[in-house]
Ligand binder design. Sequence first.
Ligand code: NI
Length: 198
Amino acid sequence: MSILPIYLFGTEVLKKKAKPVETLDDSTVKLIFDMFETMHKANGIGLAANQVGDLRRVITIDISDVTEPNAEGEMEDSAHPTSPDLPRTLALINPEIVNEEGAWSMEEGCLSLPGVRGAVERAEKVRIRFRDSEFKKQELFMDGFLARVVLHEFDHLNGVLFVDRVNKAKRSMLLPKLRKIRKGELDPDYPVVTAAKV
Ligand code: NI
């Protein structure tokens, strides 16, 4: 396994639409392992392949260490727990949203946007069709924090970042930070690729 550098805001690959995986070959299996290792190394809870510079429709998630609501009180609405029977660690290949229901807002962050946070409204409940890490077809109803993380990562596969979904006033407040990230003027404690140095 290898730790891959994470592409930061401003790099082209984050704006691209990823392509479906046709077969689960060795290279895709390796990508999934590497994404888990990369995500854990960076203390992330979700990662999309675009973020490691790869345009395959692959997402990794691990929310097993997340307490809901979290210690900083950033979870503004504790009435959205993830159902206890749902997996906390999973890989999703070629995810598709079958349907969405409800809406709630919560502050999000992203490994491609270190130090940036903003409230995003997303569906409360979602039904996702995907292939699992053995390429078996799955359909799973998800809610709470898990649904939010999956929707955030799903956005990445379509070239959409959470800052594209925050309201205009907040986005303009975030601009100086976004500019800094684009210029490579920051130093997160994990390996990165910046727009200034692709
Ligand atoms: Ni993200």
